[in-house]
Write a protein that binds this ligand. Structure first.
Ligand code: OGA
Ligand code: NI
Length: 364
């Protein structure tokens, strides 16, 4: 007998049963599973070894923002590095970003505290309702068409422009999430200016287009995995937003695809990882690259990370975005058709993290 592919209905039933535990991957680990359930099995070829191309530790640029607002020549130097990084890697890290280390530490602690609450205490937040300010679940794309699930749980909180009322956020992470959101908005505003300049546009261009008008935090908990060779923490994907600011702890596992290699994004103490998302690739007409990335599962953990997505929500998400006119010419015609942020997001979520880019759907 050959192996038969489980049929769609039985996969859906199993995913639903997992969903209904409302306890996520952590619930499986707490129950003592010693082997990874088949729902989470990925094809082994998805785990080719990482290669840092023989280079030394950090080949993704680490950019020092110290003094940027005081020194115009320093600012221009940083714009050049950001331009190069956004065109080649789609990833860079920033240090001296003005967010106190104590805030970063407390943010990671708050995420851990929430995920380590009793299942009962978390259950009331377990939801897939896109309209709720705060939801906790496992695999936001659980009912998408991706072949296998990811070894992680997450909570998602909208932060701007409609900041939740404090009581809508669980106490375990309430104060720090609101404070962290303010810091990320400020840093994001600076990054939108630098990215505009890197596209040779005026510093306010991307902000004026409304790109900074929505911030969503996605806070991940990757439990230690008994068989990390069978599954993955986050499968290969690119982000659907304009850009993402990611805080990761010291454990590692985040990788970016560069041509045919997987490059480690090594944790750098108190750094934030910035990566270009699909919408910025679209409006920059492929000038900036929304790079594919993934997170390997690990036998140690939990690993904590906080991804803050700049993507309009609410009314702003109905505005149409297409390649920026100033960047187009006869030799560089638009490569994408226009889309709204809401339309792009709906397509992205329905497709799930299946290893293909949602951008191709919009390519002319
Ligand atoms: C994401 C993501 C990486 C990480 O949330 O889109 O890529 O390290 N996260 O958790
Ligand atoms: Ni991502």
């Amino acid at each position: 007998m050959g192996t038969t592919k489980p049929d769609f209905d039985s996969v859906l039933r199993e995913r639903k049963a997992f969903d209904e535990t409302k306890a996520g991957v952590k619930g499986l680990v707490d129950a003592g599973v010693k082997s990874v359930p088949s729902l989470f099995h990925h094809q082994p070829h998805k785990f080719e070894k990482a290669s840092n191309l023989g280079n030394t530790r950090h080949i993704i640029p680490v950019i020092d923002l110290a003094g940027i607002s005081k020194d115009p020549s320093k600012r221009q130097g940083l714009v050049d590095i950001i331009k190069e990084a956004s065109e080649t890697w789609g990833f860079f890290q920033v240090v001296n970003h003005d967010i106190p280390v104590s805030v970063l530490e407390e943010m990671k602690n708050g995420v851990k505290r929430f995920h380590e609450l009793d299942t009962e205490a978390k259950r009331e937040f377990y939801s897939r309702d896109g309209l709720k300010s705060f939801v906790y679940n496992s695999n936001f794309d659980l009912y998408g068409s991706q072949p296998a699930l990811n070894w992680r749980d997450s909570f998602r909180c909208y932060l701007y422009p409609d900041t939740p009322k404090p009581e809508e956020i669980p106490v375990a992470c309430r104060d720090i999430l609101l404070e962290y959101g303010k810091h990320i908005m400020k840093l994001g505003t600076l990054l939108f200016e630098l990215l505009s300049e890197a596209l040779c546009l005026n510093p306010n261009y991307l902000k004026d287009m409304g790109c900074a008008e929505g911030l969503t935090a996605f806070c991940h908990y990757y439990p230690a995995c008994p068989q990390p060779e069978l599954t993955i923490g986050t499968s290969t994907h690119s982000d659907s937003d304009f850009f993402t600011v990611l805080l990761q702890d010291h454990i590692g596992g985040l990788q970016v695809r560069y041509h045919d290699n997987w490059i480690d994004i090594n944790p750098v103490p108190s750094a934030l990882v910035v990566n270009i998302g699909d919408l910025l690739q679209l409006i920059s007409n492929d000038r900036f690259k929304s790079a594919e990335h993934r997170v390997l599962a690990n036998d140690v953990g939990p690993r904590i990370s906080i991804a803050c997505f700049f993507r309009s929500v609410g009314k702003g998400s109905l505005k149409l975005y297409g390649p920026i006119r100033e960047l187009l010419s006869e030799d560089n015609p638009p490569k994408y058709r226009e889309t709204t942020v809401a339309g792009y997001q709906a397509y992205y979520v329905a497709k799930g993290l299946d290893g293909t880019s949602a951008l191709t759907h919009y390519r002319i």
